[in-house]
Design a protein around this ligand. Structure first.
Ligand code: UGA
Length: 440
């Protein structure tokens, strides 16, 4: 099938590469010429395991091309995906200007039937807006050409994007057109594996499904974080509680870890956007306001604890393990590490940080500053530190040489934002150890 994908960010690029790998001819359009040049050379512009390989393989096979030329993209793909950004506006609602720009551009250049399929995370009602924007341009051209609109949200996780895209749990297709649905079924057939994962529904339900999934997951995390704080107060251990409730299949073990808050480009943005959607129709979503407030508080927690333990961080050095918002990515968007670092700096402390992948991203974000020392190993981060904060649970932080770390730190205190270590063992080793909701 000939497919065009507008937008070569996380979702667009991974989708384009996976669809090409399944045998389709895919053209990926981006407005940024520099990004297109990098992609044409076979490089992924962000860190995501497995994408480079897919780019090279499919470009060589002539199934994947990149361009800035929207007209070429519209001429190429019968199926046109919109996977451009929907950044949050001041009031938290999603900014749809880039999505609607693509719709208009399709309207300007199309000369034959097209299916316009939204993959970006967009509020309920966007499908209707896409249809209206495109129809308006066609009407202005005086062109009578058929088209259909589909909502096909993406559920991939950063760090596991290729696997998620190749082996989806579900394929949500919202449309009112049997013809478009048929095309989508054909396109996704290779991704079904042993049973049909495609769920057909109306456009509005598909759009809401995406927000509902992320908001539900964020709710789980905030609830576990609140329970962890309660566990500390009442002398319980959140790890025991987690195992205890996770064994109920209705609850399940996934996504049940207390920590120093959720981050990334999706949860914070989508929780806010869904709240705005509720506000717009006069239905304030109280649960989500609480989810957001709990997360904000959780992101402040590590600093408050370190500050209290050290009697202030002015003039102190804090070692940081992990900068990315989660392992296996270099994404720093809304990362809890940023809240912590910024609080340390505001209070006059210095950060010595190490992350296996996100060092360049951190450098780009904060530039050179005297109170940020980026070092090239986890041990080096501990040199002369008054406390160690573990913010991102990279695998390599799971069983460090604690004796070595202790000799390198000025003061042996560990603040574990991801509950990686056994509290009793840490105390035996002579550390002041504080995790989230754990009992020593
Ligand atoms: C999330 C969803 O998981 C994807 O399904 C969705 O497609 C994506 O957003 C999106 O909307 O594009 P992602 O942002 O890559 O994916 O990250 P997650 O793996 O979901 O983690 C989000 C945050 O939750 C991280 O900061 C992580 O540390 C935190 N988390 C996760 C916890 O604090 N506890 C947990 O138990 C799990």
């Amino acid at each position: 099938m000939n497919v065009t994908v507008f937008g070569s960010g996380y979702v667009g690029l991974v989708t384009a590469a996976c669809l090409a790998d399944a045998g389709n001819h895919v053209v990926c359009i981006d407005v940024d010429p520099e990004r297109v040049r990098v992609l044409q050379e076979g490089h992924c512009p962000f860190y995501e395991p497995g994408v480079d390989e897919l780019l090279v393989r499919n470009a060589r096979a002539g199934r994947l091309r990149f361009s800035t030329d929207a007209a070429l993209g519209v001429a190429h793909g019968e199926l046109i995906f919109i996977a451009v950004g929907t950044p949050p506006q001041e009031d938290g609602s999603a900014d749809l200007q880039y999505v609607l720009q693509v719709a208009r551009s399709v309207g300007e250049h199309m000369s034959d039937y097209r299916v316009i399929c939204t993959k970006s995370t967009v509020p309920v009602g966007t499908g209707r807006k896409v249809r209206a924007a495109l129809a308006e341009v066609l009407a202005a051209r005086g062109a009578r050409i058929d088209f259909d609109v589909v909502s096909n949200p993406e559920f991939l996780k950063e760090g596991a994007a290729v696997a998620d895209c190749m082996r989806p749990d579900r394929i949500i297709v919202g449309t009112d057109s049997p013809r478009a649905l048929e095309l989508m079924r054909t396109l996704y057939a290779p991704f079904n594996r042993n049973h049909d994962r495609l769920m057909a529904m109306d456009i509005e339900s598909a759009e809401l499904t995406k927000y509902a999934a992320n908001a539900m997951l964020a709710t789980r995390i905030s609830f576990m974080n609140e329970l962890a704080l309660l566990a500390e107060k009442v002398g319980a251990d959140i790890e025991s509680v987690r195992r205890g409730i996770g064994s109920d299949p209705r609850i399940g073990f996934h996504f049940l870890y207390a920590g120093c808050g959720y981050g990334g480009s999706c949860f914070p943005k989508d929780v806010k956007a869904l709240q705005r959607s509720g506000d717009e129709v006069g239905l304030p979503l109280g649960v989500l306001s609480a989810v957001e407030a709990a997360n904000e508080r959780q992101k402040q927690l590590l600093f408050a604890r370190i500050d209290a333990h050290l009697g202030g961080v002015a003039g102190k050095t804090i070692a940081l393990w992990g900068l990315a918002f989660k392992p296996n990515t270099d994404d720093m968007r809304e990362a809890p590490s940023r809240t912590l670092m910024e609080a340390i700096w505001a209070a006059g402390g210095t950060v010595r940080a190490y992350d296996p992948i996100a060092m360049d991203a951190t450098r780009r974000l904060y530039g050179e500053r005297a109170d940020l020392v980026l070092v090239d190993s986890a041990e080096a981060a501990c040199d002369g530190a008054d406390a160690l904060a573990l913010v991102t649970e990279w695998k390599q932080f799971r069983s460090p040489d604690f004796d070595l770390i202790k000799t390198r730190m000025r003061h042996p205190a560990i603040f574990d934002g991801r509950n990686l270590y056994d509290p009793a063992q840490m105390v035996r080793l002579g550390f002041h150890y504080q995790a989230i909701g754990r009992r020593a």
